[in-house]
Every structure is written in structure tokens, then in C-alpha cells.
Design a protein around this ligand. Sequence first.
Ligand code: FAD
Ligand code: DLZ
Ligand code: SF4
Length: 528
Amino acid sequence: MPALRLVLGDQLSRELAALADTAPDDVILLVEADEETRYVRHHKQKIALILSAMRHFAADLKAAGLCVDYVRLDDPGNTGSFTGEVGRAIARHRPDRLIVTEPGEWRVEQAMRGWEAAFGIPVHIRADTRFFCSRQRFAEWAGGRSQYRMEFFYREMRCETGLLMEQDKPAGGQWNFDAENRKRLPARTRVPALPRFTPDAVTRDVLSLVAQRFADHFGDLEPFGWAVTRAEALRALAHFLRHGLPAFGDYQDAMKSGEPFLFHAVISPYLNCGLLSPREVCEGAVKAYEAGTAPLNAVEGFVRQILGWREYIRGIYWHRMPDYATTNALGAKRDLPWFYWSGETDMNCIAEVVRDTRRHAYAHHIQRLMVTGNFALLAGIEPRQVEEWYLVVYADAYDWVELPNVHGMILFADGGVLASKPYAASGAYIDRMSDYCGRCAYDVKAKAGPKACPFNYLYWNFLIENERALSRNPRMGMPYRTLAAMSEARRREIVADAEAFLRLRASGGPGSARDKPGPRGPRPHRLE
Ligand code: FAD
Ligand code: DLZ
Ligand code: SF4
């Protein structure tokens, strides 16, 4: 009897654990599921990328002589869910077992765990070997620790993989070269053009389907230039290794109007859906260093993002779920302002990032962390609303990677599990790392009053609102000492400016959430 092997939309790899040892009469099932396209209202480009990549992947499997059962979104009888379609496929093929790979979401794994009882056949859930660090290995590392720190995890991963290691020493004698990174972008720097891929007939079909069915979702559908096959994703990677990587470290934190990609790789959607493997990406970067085409500060910085941050984030997700998603350590409860969807705000930095996001389903790390993320932290936006926004708007967003980045890294809603302190910053940081402030209605140097950059008073207001939770954090000592030296009048001025700004956003003023439907319908508003 054949085995039924399920491949999810973010598992499009021939090396997938569920596909190892496939026999000629086994059936490989791929399902376009309405539930997956709608559990949040994903950006249109994200849906198109996943569906087109799934269709291309299924065609490749068929061309290799494998037996594929592919259920399209508009096939008659499609029940719209993984569970419903696995049930129908079992009835069609009568397999003796179902083989799957660990999914990227706790929600989906819970469903999978019910399948053996529901369908009466053995269900084998195989570990996802696309990652460097298994869930079990991370659990061993995390052990009894109450706090985890990426840097120590990363060093162990370097030793275990041998990446950028010279015998048992880190290449260049240091683990981390960030002191050489994070420069301002000189005004006339030439930025390499990003490779874009012309949609073929399969992608054009998918684009029509998405335009029809998901017209009310966030984001522009076209121009659509994402890679949708492994061959295209490999070309995107080769382009980055040659043109982006050499300056990646230097300008990793820079932001520039009209240049959303700068020297970033723009490969996270491919890594996350299976078109590229983290191992080949890291090895490609290390080869560039060994060949002398990229400097060590760039290569180490890049490898750290993938071997360090990406693996660490996934480890925390699986180690701490489901409780991880439920905490709200700073008690943040304001509503997400409407300008996160519309981009209509006088704050030029936010307008730029939302515009990039709407056009490309992409913003780079510092835009996500220090602009939209920093604002959500300082303004005390309820974690669930911020998490939903990040899950909707980016082509690379899946729960396992979005949640710890938002809940832990930007909002500190986990109380310091992931990061040792909140990434809170005033407008000066954005001014130093971008050209946004020069074109803004607000004055980044002004600290108070209607023209002052909102990040400036929101920063101090955040420290005041969270004094009890944060003032004893050893890494927050300096700002709290500065706050303690402020006069009562200055503190009152900060609170008044912040309240006026936040009240306007919650009461129907420009950029408010009121009376605008969010992606899950009308929103409540609690801030008055
Ligand atoms: P580069 O800057 O070129 O970095 C190379 C690779 O490193 C990325 O492709 C990515 O795979 C990995 N990486 C870097 N930082 C992280 C990180 N913090 N977590 C996981 N991987 C990382 N990344 C996602 O893949 N999906 C998300 O849903 C996501 N949500 C985020 C939300 C917030 C609030 C923040 C601050 C970061 C988020 N990130 C997410 C991480 C990071 O912003 C993106 O991976 C990166 O911007 C993707 O662009 P790139 O491929 O050009 O990355
Ligand atoms: C995100 C997504 C979307 C939009 N559509 C599908 C789909 O139709 N079929 C599918 O198999 N996967 C899809 N995905 C990815 C899934 O949501 C993802 O596999 C699970 O969340 C587990 O990570
Ligand atoms: Fe953003 Fe403030 Fe700069 Fe305007 S002045 S772009 S709001 S940081």
C-alpha cells in the first residue's frame, strides 16, 4: 500500500524530510487551502508567491516521475482546510500511513496531532531537517535557563557547524564584527538593482486568481517579481552574494527613501517556503569570504542572521509555545493606528516603511525593528494587533518567525525571554541611520510641542509608563538615571505631549483606527 506524503506551502524542498525514501507508488499531496489563505488577510503578493511556488514545485515533482495529487483552491469539493483535504486524499488513495514534516505553526501541529485518531492510520511527523538546530537540540541548550541570549547560542552553532571556524577558533579571531558594521549610508552610494522575475503562464494564472479572490487584502499585487522556482531563487541568491554581500555589514542598519532593499539579500520568503536552504545560503557566503570577494565583517554579520537569529527565533517559538503568545509583560493595550494600513501619517519614516511594505510585501530588518516596531513599542500597542499586522504584511511571515520577533524583540511582551532590554529609541536613531527626517513634517531635534518628532516624547513617556517594569533592568540604568534627573514640569510636559498625540490617533484624527475596518473587520478602540 502506498504512503501519503503531505507537503505544505512552506515546505517546497526536494530535501524535505517527508519526501525522503519516497517509493514510486507513494502519493505526494499538496493542498491550496482557503483557511490558510484567510486565517489572516495576507498581503496579496504573499499568497501569489506561495500558490505559484506550490504549483511549480508540484510540476517539478511530476516531471521527476513522482505521483502528485494537487488540490487547487477552486477545485470542486475542496473543503478549504488541511484536515479536510487529508481526509479526502486518504479516502481517494487508501494509504497505509501518512508522512508529514513538522509544520511552521503551532496551530497546524495541533491539527496534525489529531489526524491519527481522526483517520485511523499511523501519522509520522518527521523533524524538519532544513534547520541547523532541531527543536530537541534547542530544548537541550535552553535547558533550565530563564533567559536566553542569541550570542551564546550562535557561538555553539558556529562550533557545531564549523561555519567560519578555523579549527576551534572563530575566523578572524572574533565571534562578532558588529563594531565595524552599521555605518551611515553616504549620500551618493550606488545600490545594486534587485533581480526581479517575469511571471510565466503559471504565475499569471495565480495572479488572476488572487486579484479576483483576495481583492480586499492588504498590498499591491503587481508588479510581481518574486522568484517562484528553486532555479530563480538560486539566481536571486547568486546575485546577492556577488553584488549585495560585500557591503551588507557596513550598511545593514541604514535606511534610505525609495530604496527598500539596499544591500539586503531579500531571500527570507525563499528560505521560509523551502526554495532555498539555510545551509546553502551560509555556505555560499562563507565561500565568498574564502574567495576574497566579500569581507569578514559582512560575511560574519550575514551568517549570524541565519545561523544565529533565525535558528534562535525558531528555537524560542517551539520551546515556549503556546504560552509564549499569551503574555503582555508591559500591559500594552492601545489600538494599532490606522496609518499602519494606509500609510497616511505626517511621520515620514512610518509613511515610507508602510509604502515599501504595501508595494513589495517587504521591509528590511531595521525598518521593521526601529520604525514600525519602535513606534508600536513606544505607543504601547496591544501585542495581538501588532502581531497580526506583521503576519499579514510581509511575504516572509509565518507564525514561528513573526511571533518571537514581534512579541519578544520589538514589544518586550515576553518580559525579556528573547532580548535583555526593549529596543526603544527616540527620533535621533532614525535620523542617524536614514534620510527620512529631512523630508518630515516634524522636527527631529525638537523635544516638545506640536512640531516635535513624536518619537522623542513617546520615548520618555514609554519610560515613565513602564517605570515599575523596567527601571530595575540593569541595561536600562542610563535612561532611567536621565529620567530621574528631569524636573516634574518636564515630565508633565512629556506626558501631555504623548497623551495629546495618542488621543488624536485614537479619536478619529489623522491616522486613527476609529471607524476603519482592520483585516479582521471593525476594531474596538480603547484609548480615550
Ligand atoms: P537580510 O537582512 O539580508 O538577512 C539575511 C537573512 O537572515 C534573512 O533572509 C533571514 O532569513 C535571516 N534573519 C535576519 N534577521 C532575522 C530575525 N530576526 N529572525 C529570523 N530570521 C532573520 N523574518 C522573517 O523571515 N519572517 C518574519 O515574519 C519576520 N518578521 C519580523 C518582524 C519584526 C518586528 C522584525 C524586527 C524582524 C522580522 N523578521 C522576520 C526578521 C528580518 O527582518 C527578516 O528576516 C529580513 O528583513 C528579511 O529580509 P532579507 O532576506 O533581505 O534579510
Ligand atoms: C501562508 C499559506 C497560504 C497563504 N496558503 C497556503 C496554501 O494554500 N496551502 C499550503 O499548504 N500552505 C499555505 N500557506 C502556508 C501555510 O500557512 C503554512 O504551511 C502553515 O502555516 C504551517 O507553517
Ligand atoms: Fe520619523 Fe521623527 Fe524623523 Fe519624522 S522626524 S521621520 S517622525 S523620526
